[in-house]
Ligand binder design. Structure first.
Ligand code: APR
Ligand code: PHB
Length: 390
């Protein structure tokens, strides 16, 4: 079998790239390790930058997003028992973010791919990229016990942090940069009305908390927790009580609680692999970088990677020019590192670090005080939060 682009991974990166390629008449096949329901069962973040919305518009997969997504003009920081609103719309000249779950983005992209007869091989085992350093790359995989080979022009490694693509790069050809944070996020989904119309990021001496949502009847909450914790350590009552303790009193009083139907603990890390291109293999999204969710950048960085790679591939097939794909890694990494910095900064400012000590606590307090009382500082947070230009 032969195609122009093999995409490894059917997460947001792979699906978005696949849809753009299909719409541009560029043949592609997605190879996915698990089944469709497993992909859709992943609970991930839910804040879309305006650039991501534009990419979904371009892919023709944004109708439900525009119908059901929640437009937010602002975001709130909570500390010293008070809410401080950052007016994103005002500070960025009219830009806002859209709250819409990643699961729904994935669902919409899968529907678009099926409608355009895109080929996705689910439960593809032992996917392996080959000869991507030369001009005749190919990918092998197994399905129902049968071995398969797909010859192609390019391979897009959209297979996430634990995928095979990055691990297939020759030793010494890749540099990795990482920071692991000494805590995790315990996340809960519950069919209750959100405590606030906009998100609340809370800095508290007991630890960080985040109030988010999926809709006006489904809330998403997080509390910073120990990496030694398990979800069994956190029955609903303990979670709701701890969340209340970390929020301003007025907000805690308004909190509507209910049974959780999803509860999980995620570790936090910052990670970047350089470069993001190896011959005809391109790393995209989580395959190349991971950010702590504090800045809501993971899904949005995948979108800008896809933008740069798609533009390069479209140029190659239209004009036989390689300038776009040759520039992919540098262009993507430039935006990746700015988002990694912002996510690290938000995480450093909002969380309780065991080793920070009294000095570190005062620095956090000074950072927050300066941030909410300086229009310039607030504007810096706002332009990073809504998304820097592609
Ligand atoms: N072969 C085939 N598919 C694989 C393999 C493999 N060896 N390894 C992983 N995959 C699949 C996974 O099953 C998953 O569906 O690749 C997909 C990778 O998807 P994501 O991990 O969601 O990564 P990405 O598409 O880049 O999306 C980034 O998703 O993880 C969140 O926070 C992240 O919001 C960000 C976004
Ligand atoms: C979420 O809604 O899951 C969410 C929102 C903002 C973040 C992280 C997660 O920064």
């Amino acid at each position: 079998m032969r195609t122009q682009v093999v995409i490894i991974g059917s997460g947001p990166s792979g699906l978005l790239l696949g849809q753009l390629l299909t719409n541009a008449g560029i043949d592609n096949i997605i190879l996915e390790r698990v089944d469709k329901d497993y992909v859709l069962g992943r609970i991930r973040a839910g804040v879309l930058e305006h650039g991501m919305v534009g990419m979904l518009d371009e892919a023709g997969a944004s109708d439900r997003l525009h119908a059901e997504g929640l437009l937010h003009d602002g975001v709130n920081l909570a500390f010293d028992d008070r809410l401080h609103r950052i007016n994103l719309h005002d500070l960025t000249g009219g830009t806002r973010v859209t709250v819409y779950g990643q699961t729904e983005v994935t669902r919409d992209l899968m529907a678009a791919r099926e409608a355009s007869n895109g080929v996705t091989v689910y439960q593809a085992d032992a996917v392996m990229p080959h000869d991507f350093g030369g001009s005749a790359p190919f990918v092998t995989y197994e399905k129902d016990g049968a071995a398969h080979r797909i010859d192609c022009d390019f391979i897009a490694g959209c297979d996430g942090y634990h995928g095979v693509s990055r691990r297939s790069v020759p030793d010494g050809a890749i540099s990795e940069f990482e920071r692991v944070y000494p805590f995790g996020w315990l996340g809960v989904l519950s069919e209750v009305a959100p405590v606030n119309e906009e998100l609340i990021y809370a800095n508290h001496k007991r630890g960080f908390a985040l109030c988010s949502m999926r809709s006006m009847i489904r809330s998403r909450y997080y509390v910073q927790c120990s990496l030694d914790d398990t979800v069994e350590d956190w029955p609903d009552d303990r979670f709701w009580d701890e969340l209340r303790r970390r929020l301003p009193e007025r907000v805690a009083e308004a909190l509507v609680t209910g049974p959780s139907f999803e509860k999980s603990i995620a570790p936090l890390r910052s990670f970047v692999a350089e470069p993001m291109r190896f011959g005809q293999l391109f790393l995209v999204g989580d395959a190349a970088h991971i950010v702590p969710p504090t800045g809501a950048k993971g899904l949005n960085l995948a979108a800008s990677d896809v933008h740069y790679l798609f533009e390069g591939l479209r140029e190659f097939y239209a004009d036989k020019s390689t300038s776009g794909i040759d520039a992919y890694s540098a262009r993507a990494l430039s935006r990746v590192w700015k988002a990694v910095r912002f996510s690290w900064w938000m995480t450093s400012m909002m969380h309780l670090f065991p080793d920070n000590g009294a000095f570190g606590q005062r620095i956090q307090e000074a950072e927050l005080d300066y941030l909410v009382h300086s229009r310039v500082a607030s504007a810096s947070l706002a332009e990073n939060y809504v998304g820097l230009p592609y």
